[in-house]
Each structure stands twice: as C-alpha cells, then as structure tokens.
Design a protein around this ligand. Structure first.
Ligand SMILES: Nc1ncnc2c1ncn2[C@@H]1O[C@H](COP(=O)(O)OP(=O)(O)O)[C@@H](O)[C@H]1O
Ligand SMILES: [Mg+2]
Length: 345
C-alpha cells in the first residue's frame, strides 16, 4: 500500500548540509499498523512527511497503491493526499474555532457539501468519543481530547492511510494508552492503514504489527514485532527493548552468581509465558534455577517474557536443561557482561 523506494533527503543551509534520509526503503501493507522508532533527529518526521509529499525527497519513489506521488501534477497530488490523513504531537487545531468547525472547515475547503459535513462530524466525533463537545473550543479540552478532535478531523476525510507523527508524545501515560486504544479501534473497525513514528518503545509494543528502527537517516533494522523482540540485531534496537525491562539488579550480583552457576537470559513468546517452565526444569534435571530478574509484557496480542536466571548444577545437567528450554522455543543467551545493561538478549 505504501512503498518507499530509496528515499534520500538532504537539507542544505547556508553553513552546512545535513543528510536527513539516506536511501531509505520500506513497505507498509494494507491494513497494518507500522511503526518507525528512532531517537530525536533520526529522520522520522522527514520520512513520514515524504509519504504525503509535505517534504519532497531529493531522490527515490513514494508509491501509494502503486502510484508514484513524486510524478503527479499539483492537482493529482491534492487528490491523492485526500486519501492520507495525518495527526501530530502538537494537535494543530485552530484555537479560535469550535470542535465542530475544526473538523468542518477543512471539509468545506475540499468541497464537501453541508449535509455531508454535518453527517461526518457527527459520525467521527462519536467514533473518537467526543459526541458532546461540538461547541467546545480547544482551550477547554484536555490534551487527550484535543488529539481526539485531531483524529476525528483526519478521519472525516475518510482516508485509507493515517500518518501519526509522535501523536502521543505530549500526553501522560494513561492518556497515551487511551489514544493508542483508539488507533487500534480505527485500524480494526475502519480498516485504515496506520504508519506511525515515535521515540517510545511502549507505543510500538502496544499497537504495531511491524516496525523499522531508524538512526542517522538510515533504517537499521526491520521486521515483525515478535521477530524484533525475539532477536534484535542492531545495538540501537537492543537498547530500545532493554529500556522496557527494569534493570534493578544490585551491582556485582551477576559476577557473584556466575561463581555458582551459569547466568542466562530466557526470552519467550506466547503460550509458554504461562507455563511453569523453571519448575519443570528442576524436576526433570539435577539443576536449581534461581530467578534474578523477570517480567512479562504485552506485545500487541502476544505476551513476551524475559527472565534472567542462574542455573546451578553440573555442566552436563545444565547443558541438558538448556537443550530442554531451546526445544520449547525459548531463546537463550548467556549474560556476557557483569551488569545487565551490557547484556545482549
Ligand atoms: N527543514 C529543515 N531544515 C534543515 N534541517 C532539517 C529540517 N528538517 C529536519 N532537519 C534536520 O534533519 C534531521 C532529521 O530531522 P527529523 O526528521 O525531524 O528527525 P526526527 O523526527 O527523527 O526527530 C535533524 O538533524 C534535523 O535537524
Ligand atoms: Mg520528529
């Protein structure tokens, strides 16, 4: 549905040249929620702005349903953009207009008639849960409500694609969750494909089907949510994932534990998260697993767990125990450093 092919973009100022995007390619499939994560300055906003050509790439193709937007006339581009909605961190509402007008004015500008405007405002305010706020001004709304108005405004054009540039970054954690729930609902019930960018892994974790990790204008890693969590390859990806797991082991603990057994990380996805796998290990083999740290998080509809365990026992029994875990699709890695932050998962 969205295909970016070899997109590059350099910003030139009087004193310098800055490569914001360096040969970026990615593909978003119809009906999915695709996330791009990266630190500030990675090039995410530039990338997402290239999708509706708010930013024109220096080179590369921007294909929407097979049509390259970079080749369209201004009129054709305006038509194509109607199918692409966008929401922002700062909401971008008209301060002097009511909620109704914030949604109605852009519709009017694109030539939608009055009866249809009334119908759509009604419909989309109900979908975002603000049916009682027609007459309110943005200053009378909370951050979460403002973002709901912005979402209703985008949906009122009945787009196929919704672009989200850090839409939850200005919101508190609870409101972030509520807006993410709304994005999931829009995706499921209206079938809208969503491309979102964020610097927060918890946003990716809760809603995305697939994701790309960006750094210095380059996509450094890409895959499904489960693939990326189960075996991240790039250092930046590992750091983003590690940031979600509490790293509160006392200093020196891993060194100390290593004297009495092997310290390993177990990561597992799905059904196995609810099985008493370590108890089974102790029963089946002459080993004594000791949990040093652990948690389970939700990855969209799956569960993903991670445990740091010290397995005490002789070499042969430990090897058998490790093989038993691997047989059950549990990923195992030895904790290499002396501190969890160095641990690769
Ligand atoms: N209009 C612009 N002119 C000059 N430099 C820009 C412009 N827009 C973005 N940049 C630079 O491009 C890089 C990528 O920016 P951006 O895409 O906003 O990153 P992100 O959204 O990941 O924080 C940054 O170094 C930023 O300063
Ligand atoms: Mg940005």
């Amino acid at each position: 549905m969205i295909k970016l092919k070899n997109i590059s973009k350099t910003f030139t100022t009087s004193s310098s040249k800055l490569v914001a995007l360096n040969n970026v390619s990615l593909e978003v499939r119809k009906g999915e929620i695709y996330g791009v994560i990266g630190h500030s300055g990675a090039g995410k906003s530039t990338l997402i702005r290239c999708v509706n050509l708010l930013e024109k790439p220096d080179s590369g193709e921007v294909l929407i349903n097979g049509v390259d937007l970079t080749n369209l006339s201004p009129k054709e581009l305006r038509e194509s953009r109607k199918r692409i909605g966008m929401i922002f961190q700062g909401f971008n509402l008209l301060k002097t207009a009511t909620v109704f007008d914030n949604i109605a004015i852009p519709l009017k500008l694109t030539g939608v008639d009055k009866a249809e405007i009334n119908k759509r405002v009604e419909k989309y305010l109900a979908i975002v849960g603000l049916e009682n706020k027609h007459g309110a001004y943005p200053s009378q709304l909370s951050g979460g409500q403002k973002q709901r108005v912005a979402i209703a405004r985008a949906l009122a054009h009945e787009p196929e694609i919704l672009l989200s540039d850090e839409a939850t970054s200005a919101l508190d954690p609870e409101t972030t969750d509520a807006i993410l729930e709304l994005l999931l609902k829009i995706n499921r019930e209206l079938g809208i494909t969503i491309l979102l960018i964020t610097h927060e892994m918890n946003v990716i974790q809760k809603v995305c089907d697939r994701l790309a990790v960006m750094e210095n204008g380059v996509v450094v890693e890409e895959g499904s949510l489960l693939e990326i969590y189960a075996s991240p390859k790039h250092e930046t990806t590992k750091k983003f994932i590690n940031s979600q797991f509490p790293n509160d082991l006392p200093k020196g603990l891993i060194q100390q534990e290593r004297k009495v057994g092997e310290v390993i990380t177990l990561s597992f996805v799905g059904e196995v998260t609810s099985q008493p796998i370590l108890a089974a290990l102790a029963k089946e083999f002459h080993v004594y697993p000791n949990i040093l740290s652990g948690s389970i998080i939700q990855l969209k509809e799956h569960q993903y767990g991670r445990l740091i365990v010290n397995i005490q026992g002789d070499g042969e029994e430990t090897a058998k125990a490790v093989a038993y875990l691997k047989d059950r699709n549990i990923q195992i890695e030895e904790v290499k450093g002396n501190d969890l932050e160095y641990c690769s998962i």
